[in-house]
Design a protein around this ligand. Structure first.
Ligand SMILES: N=c1c2ncn([C@@H]3O[C@H](COP(=O)(O)OP(=O)(O)OP(=O)(O)O)[C@@H](O)[C@H]3O)c2ncn1[C@@H]1O[C@H](COP(=O)(O)O)[C@@H](O)[C@H]1O
Length: 126
């Protein structure tokens, strides 16, 4: 199964749920979120992030059983889904996120952090 095409298809559906494309809040959860506005989407992301943390802790405490792992995947899917709704809200796509990850590919997080500190020092001196 291609992860990319699943995300691309979902992004297309999210786009179709926007009010300018006829999304109906009475018939669509996504259209309903768009209708409620940015803060409602951000609130869901906060909730789903918290639920992801709880699921990971529960799964770890239970010794990473199959059930715990499934619950964790379920919660991360909710988090990804709502993050995609947020991206769509601001006319961004999964391709934008993948592009950023590709840009970072091969660069150690520690190296990137050190470069940021040098950059901040130079900006402070300018
Ligand atoms: N992937 C998803 C998806 N994942 C999660 N959800 C919904 O996100 C909500 C998650 O909220 P919670 O788990 O907090 O449950 P809840 O307590 O009911 O939530 P609230 O009362 O706070 O809204 C649930 O209503 C889920 O059904 C999703 N809703 C839709 N999609 C995709 O989006 C497409 C368009 O959906 P509609 O716009 O509803 O047609 C669908 O075909 C799917 O592909």
């Amino acid at each position: 199964m291609s992860t990319d095409s699943t995300l691309d298809r979902l992004a297309a559906v999210l786009e179709s749920r926007k009010p300018e494309h006829g999304g109906d809040p009475a018939k669509s959860y996504v259209a309903c979120l768009f209708d409620k506005g940015d803060d409602a989407i951000l609130k869901k992301i906060g909730e789903e992030a918290t639920e992801t943390v709880m699921a990971a802790k529960d799964a770890r405490a239970a010794g990473m059983t199959e059930q715990g792992r499934e619950k964790l995947v379920y919660e991360v899917a909710d988090l990804w889904f709502h993050s995609m709704v947020l991206l769509a809200r601001f006319d961004l796509t999964p391709a934008d996120v993948v592009r950023e990850l590709a840009r970072r590919e091969g660069m150690s997080g520690l190296e990137e952090k050190a470069l940021r500190k040098v950059q901040a020092r130079e900006d402070g001196q300018a």
